[in-house]
Design a protein around this ligand. Structure first.
Ligand SMILES: [Zn+2]
Length: 199
């Protein structure tokens, strides 16, 4: 089984769920025990969401989604790597998701750390440095466009992550070119719960 939603319908479903959550009126779809047990037979999520590990951005709450709805990948600063891209490719190629949503969020600590690193030349040690390294180009790009705030860098990082996915993954690029997939960036507002879909 694969979802029957088109990329546009999948995005509308995400946006509608986010609006319900933002308004404090979630309908908590697909959270009942029957759905849970039926899903043991197999999954057909309608979106893959690549978001930040930040504890304040739990996807299913932020998007008012339930069991089996979103194929979720979370890393600090939604940084990409082989296994992350492989996970997204699996969702698209094997599960047939029509939408990949890159969900950044306001006041992201990982983006703030990258901004700090750019300004001071200090880089965090060990593997945390690898996170900052992957976010730095987005911060630089935001600065080049006149952005000075963390939230401007967050939006640029979300946009750039979308572009990176297209560039780094022929599977995703081809699916999008064929009209089977949409890759979209968005930013979640920690305080209001608003999800802003980027161009
Ligand atoms: Zn974050």
């Amino acid at each position: 089984m694969t979802t029957t939603l088109t990329p546009e319908q999948a995005l509308s479903t995400i946006v509608e769920g986010a609006l319900r959550a933002q308004a404090g009126q979630p309908s908590r779809p697909n959270t009942d025990t029957d759905t849970r047990s039926q899903l043991a037979q197999g999954q057909d999520p309608f979106a893959a969401v690549v978001g930040c590990s930040d504890s304040r951005v739990p996807m299913e709450y932020a998007l008012d989604a339930g069991y089996g709805d979103v194929f979720a990948i979370r890393t600090a600063g939604h940084t990409l790597g082989e296994t992350v891209i492989g996970s997204i490719e699996f969702a698209v190629a094997e599960l047939g998701v029509p939408l990949v949503l890159v969900l950044g969020h306001t006041s992201c600590g990982a983006v703030t750390a990258a901004q700090h690193s750019l300004d001071t030349g200090e880089t965090p040690g060990a593997n945390v440095g690898a996170l900052v390294e992957r976010i730095l180009p987005s911060v630089i790009s935001s600065r080049e466009k006149g952005g000075t705030t963390v939230n401007e860098a967050v939006a640029e990082h979300s946009r750039r992550t979308v572009e990176r996915l297209r560039d780094l993954s022929p599977v995703l690029h081809d699916a999008e070119s064929a009209g089977k997939l949409k890759i979209v960036g968005a930013v979640y507002d920690l305080a209001t719960g608003a999800v802003t879909v980027l161009d």
